[in-house]
Ligand binder design. Structure first.
Ligand SMILES: Cc1cc2nc3c(=O)[nH]c(=O)nc-3n(C[C@H](O)[C@H](O)[C@H](O)COP(=O)(O)OP(=O)(O)OC[C@H]3O[C@@H](n4cnc5c(N)ncnc54)[C@H](O)[C@@H]3O)c2cc1C
Length: 461
């Protein structure tokens, strides 16, 4: 980071496989500690803000949680200001949004926690431009990583074999550290097995989520002058709707159905699905606003976590990060923020030296992932059709959380604490603190009429 002393091993060179959000952020973290960082990306990267082949999910609404916003803002001073100039609204994650969860509107108030709504391609392109400007980072685009090379003599990874196209010869790039940021489709488990380390244990929670997204024109006064709305169902419901403002006066509206309850890809079916959400804000907007694109669908099978931290041995000079480590049900909008928090943890661990970096990084990453995993799978497992082991006390915790949602409709502190957890700014256990629990169980609240959205301070007027 700016102002951080360069590490004593600044002669180190690193290669990052993949130039998506995690590759860019990992490279940014490494650039303060390494002489040179090379990012290898198989897509050709333009400055355009169109979705690209290697990141097919980027056409879907991508919410950035406040934790991710904080890290990106710190790593790239001026980034959020630039995005704002490009038309992406910056606002309060509670006061400038409409949140409908578990049958209640969250209290719409100024929480002081900032976030931005911007399309995923625009955010990624802006970060990429800033990474390109760093003097010790090179992005090799249109180049595929074929496989890292493991030296059995030294027990370490020594670099990466790459190829520009099937017509080109393979080339070897030497490095002291190779970081796999190739996403969920990462080949690290197979490579590690070939090198004699075995495969990491994998934990999955199958959700079979379907996305159907359409972009609309955004006009003044839409959606109660907010920057977006999140509508999730009543308990056990399989349907969600997300409306997020994006640069260029656009709304990105994504309908989501879990456990195979996929939103249709045709206009009539899509609108009917939006009408089935428990409150009409998404449907009303989608029926009235001018569509700018067709409906695009996407399927996501399962939360998937690879437990590298449980492996007995791991090669020196190698690291796996981000979606290649863990990918979450996208409904909770955690991916990019977890990636950012991991980059920050990598940065801090690199400050303590390269020795044992994998063990130290996985220990830190595990804590970050544990929290996001608990939130995502905890919600998913409430749907009876979702397979997976429910921990002891699961039903009690679920009932408590339902009560938190109810109270967060009128209690500022409970609402703020819940939003901190949702934004990965606080651990879920913070919702159990005596201060919060007292308010959650307060009989005073039980008698309140909390079903009307008009109760919220600013929403809907
Ligand atoms: C439908 C959907 C919706 C989502 N919504 C949200 C959201 O609202 N908020 C949020 O924070 N997150 C969201 N996510 C998650 C988010 O997209 C990811 O967490 C984020 O992109 C970080 O992933 P990554 O960089 O690890 O991998 P990816 O984004 O998958 O990128 C991998 C990169 O590696 C490159 N690559 C792969 N193999 C090679 C190779 N052999 N050689 C060279 N390059 C290679 C690819 O081209 C690509 O650029 C969503 C995900 C999905 C699927």
């Amino acid at each position: 980071m700016n102002g951080t002393t360069r590490s004593s091993y600044a002669d180190t060179s690193a290669i990052v496989l993949g130039a998506s959000m995690s590759g860019l952020l990992a490279a940014r973290a490494l650039s303060d500690h390494c002489r040179h960082v090379t990012i290898v990306e198989r897509d050709l990267l333009t400055d355009h803000t169109e979705p690209r082949k290697g990141v097919p999910q980027s056409a879907r609404a991508h919410g950035l949680l406040a934790s991710g916003y904080r890290v990106m803002d710190r790593y790239f001073p001026g980034l959020m200001e630039e995005l704002r100039h490009r038309g992406a609204p910056v606002g309060d994650v509670v006061g400038d949004f409409l949140w409908f969860q578990y049958g209640h509107w969250k209290l719409r108030h100024e929480s002081g926690v900032l976030g931005i709504t911007v399309s995923r391609p625009c955010l990624e392109a802006a970060i990429r431009r800033r990474v390109r400007r760093l003097p010790n980072i090179t992005i090799l685009e249109g180049v595929s990583g074929v496989r890292p090379i493991f030296d059995t003599q030294t027990g370490r990874v020594t670099g990466l074999v790459v190829r520009r196209s099937p017509r080109h010869e393979q080339e070897f790039l030497a490095a002291d550290l190779v970081v796999d940021a190739a996403g969920r489709g990462s080949h690290s488990p197979q490579w590690l097995e070939e090198w004699g380390f075995g495969k990491p244990e994998v934990v999955t929670v199958t959700v079979n989520v379907g996305y159907a997204t359409r972009v609309f024109e955004r006009r003044p006064g839409d959606l109660f002058d907010s920057n977006g709305a999140i509508v999730s169902g009543v308990p056990n419901s399989t349907r969600y709707g997300a409306v997020l403002a994006a640069e260029g006066n656009r709304w990105v509206i994504t309908l989501v159905g879990t456990v195979g309850d996929y939103p249709p890809g045709d206009e009539t079916g899509w609108l009917q699905f939006s009408a089935s959400l428990p409150v009409p804000v998404v449907h009303e907007l989608a029926s009235r606003a001018r569509p700018l694109t067709d409906i695009v669908s996407y399927r996501f099978p399962a939360n998937q976590r690879r437990l590298y931290e449980h492996m007995n041995r791991f090669p020196d000079g190698y690291l796996v990060v981000s979606d290649a480590l863990c990918s979450f049900n996208p409904v909770y909008g955690q991916g990019m923020s977890v990636v950012a928090l991991e980059a920050e943890a990598l940065d801090e661990e690199l400050s303590a030296g390269m020795h044992g970096i994998a063990v130290r990084f996985y220990r830190r990453a595990r804590k970050i992932i544990d929290i996001a995993w608990e939130i995502a799978t905890g919600e998913d497992l409430r749907i009876p059709q979702v397979q997976g082991s429910r921990p002891i006390g699961f039903n009690t915790i679920s009932r408590y959380l339902e009560r938190v949602h109810t109270v967060a409709a009128y209690d500022r502190l409970v609402c703020r604490k819940f939003m901190d957890v949702l934004n990965l700014l606080a651990s879920p256990t913070s919702l159990m603190s005596p201060r919060v629990a007292w308010r959650v169980f307060s009989p005073r609240g039980k008698s309140r009429n909390i079903s009307s959205p008009l109760r919220s301070e600013r929403h809907p007027r």
